[in-house]
Write a protein that binds this ligand. Structure first.
Ligand SMILES: Cc1cc2nc3c(=O)[nH]c(=O)nc-3n(C[C@H](O)[C@H](O)[C@H](O)COP(=O)(O)OP(=O)(O)OC[C@H]3O[C@@H](n4cnc5c(N)ncnc54)[C@H](O)[C@@H]3O)c2cc1C
Length: 512
């Protein structure tokens, strides 16, 4: 029995991404001087690396900058299905938009899948790329109509797919749609190849370099923390997941965030292949992968707004229970969780940052489908920057506007205001002296509410839990030992360091 739980559990004590463990990535220096390049790409996840790679192929002098290590954002913690089957998306798009938009979204994602496949085949990239059929399914009677509507949308749009009354794996389903010819891979082994090519093509890559601000002009000035250094460039690309820059474009009220969870499981039974995702109240995702030459299953699901879960360990336990009941669990070598961003209408924002800044570009809001959407972003941003035509420019243009989106925009702003107020009145739950080793909580200290964590050796860390981004109250995330902000998803370590933006400044430390 794991020490952390009062139920039998094989869960590892600490989160660790399987992709990051099995892939040795190159390291890069911190930027410590002013430089001049053609294009600055801020954020080295799949979107930033693909964009920088494609620009470097076109002869652009590129600087790719990351606040931490490359590929240690959401891309390092994904489940890496490469698929155009994105839940109940096509029926929703057909309800909200013209059929060309729904079909365009599918085509752009299929082209991205084709691009990845061609890269792997042309360059012989060893990244466990494997073609698989994707299945979307439900075991809830009340969801069957929604699934049928999705299947109708496939037929209306000419998307290849088939209806099934059961699944090829031992998971109960009342209905399923298969989409053939999709794929899975180890995303970091694939992106490592692109990173190496960026360097070969003369690109500059910097790690541990947070970009805090930029000044629009000719050239654009991109500033590191406290304006310590400046990158002068003609074009800037914001691929920092949550945009680090919000100037006049209102992105903060147009994006919502969800955390979700994954386990790598050594199963007791044989897996019949395929990639699976349900649409049920308890979300479940399944695919296979290879770890130490052996097949493991990546079982994912359990979504919630960051900072909004009573005990984040419960999500891992729910996945462990599901995996045990379904496949049998011999061992769980890895557990990890991450968060992704969704736009108001579920179509990513890829293109010019705003009409006021035609030389700044953004890619965000991949709605948990960044392997294809992030790759599509690279292709589209390259064409934006080269001023080349691309059939998907209008579809993904961040400046698109409709009434429904505006209503949701107001709703998102309202939700944030509620978080700001609710957080300020949240009570402190624990007494500092009662904190066990490896436990964190809000406590009262010196008459104030502070965030506290006692490490396994007994050392106490106290922080002011006010998010340094926009002042919301962060909440303790027990499973990751972090302080998470419900408003815009910034995350901080127990000692206050920034783990994830948009915040760039650490939480204030509080004296003991
Ligand atoms: C649990 C989970 C499972 C998923 N499964 C799938 C799947 O099966 N298939 C699929 O297609 N998608 C999946 N997704 C979605 C996909 O992983 C993401 O959409 C994608 O990885 C996002 O890539 P990105 O490049 O936008 O961001 P990231 O990978 O987060 O990269 C952004 C980078 O920007 C850096 N950065 C941030 N701020 C700054 C700053 N101020 N200065 C410098 N650098 C900065 C960060 O350090 C980070 O490295 C999943 C997501 C989650 C959460």
């Amino acid at each position: 029995m794991s020490e952390k739980f009062n139920v039998p559990s094989e869960l590892p004590r600490y989160p660790r991404s399987m992709w990051r463990t099995v892939t040795t990535l190159p390291t890069f220096p911190e930027l410590r001087e002013d430089i001049k390049v053609d294009a600055t790409v801020v954020g080295a996840g799949i979107a930033g690396v693909t964009t920088a790679y494609l620009l470097s192929l076109e002869g652009y002098k590129v600087a790719l900058i990351d606040a931490g290590q490359i590929l240690d954002g959401t891309t390092g913690y994904t489940t890496a299905k490469i698929s155009a089957q994105h839940g109940l998306i096509y029926s929703e798009f057909l309800t909200n938009f013209r059929p060309e938009i729904a079909k365009g979204y599918y085509d752009a994602n299929i082209e991205a899948l084709r691009f990845i496949r061609e890269m792997v085949e042309t360059h012989g990239i060893d990244c466990d790329f494997k073609e698989e059929t994707a299945y979307l399914f439900t075991n809830q009677e009340d969801k069957l109509d929604d699934l049928r509507k999705e299947f109708d949308a496939y037929q209306e749009l000419g998307i290849p797919g088939q209806w099934h009354d059961s699944l090829p794996i031992p998971v109960a389903a009342k209905g399923a749609i298969s989409m053939p010819g999709q794929a899975q891979f180890n995303p970091l082994k694939y992106l490592k190849f692109l990173v190496e090519k960026i360097v070969e093509n003369g690109g500059l890559i910097y790690e541990n370099t947070t970009i805090e601000d930029a000044k629009y002009g000719k050239p654009i000035e991109v500033y590191t923390l406290d304006k310590a250094n400046t990158i002068f460039c003609n074009e800037m690309v914001v691929t920092s997941h949550y945009p680090f820059w919000n100037i006049q474009a209102g992105y903060f009220s147009r994006l919502s965030i969800e955390r979700s969870y994954a386990l790598a499981v050594k199963p007791e039974t044989t897996f019949q292949g395929g990639m699976y995702l349900n649409i049920d109240d308890e979300k479940r995702s399944i695919r296979s992968a290879v770890f130490e030459g052996e097949e493991v299953l990546i079982v994912g699901g359990e979504n919630h707004q960051p900072g909004k879960s009573d005990n984040t360990f419960d999500h891992y336990l729910a996945l462990e229970k599901f995996a045990g009941e379904t496949f049998g669990v011999r061992e769980i070598p890895f557990r990890w969780s991450a968060q992704d961003i969704t736009t108001l209408d579920k179509i990513p924002y890829i293109g010019p940052f705003s009409s006021d800044y035609p030389f700044v570009f953004i890619a965000t809001g991949f709605n948990k489908w960044g392997m294809t959407n992030g790759t599509a972003a690279g292709l589209l941003l390259r064409d934006n920057i080269l001023r080349r035509s691309n059939p998907y420019m209008d579809l993904f243009n961040p400046g698109r506007f409709n009434d429904k989106s505006m209503n949701q925009n107001i709703a998102t702003s309202f939700k944030m205001a509620k978080e700001l107020i609710a957080g300020k009145f949240a009570g402190a739950h624990e007494k500092i002296d009662n904190l066990e080793p490896d436990q964190g909580a809000l406590v009262r200290h010196g008459g104030k509410k502070v965030g506290a964590y006692r490490d396994p050796e007994g050392k106490l860390f106290l922080v002011d839990t006010t998010c340094t981004h926009m002042g919301c109250e962060t909440a303790w995330n027990e499973a990751e030992r972090s302080w998470d902000c419900p408003c815009h998803g910034s995350r901080f370590s127990y000692s206050g360091d920034v783990l994830e933006g948009p915040a760039t400044e650490p939480l204030k430390r509080v004296e003991e």
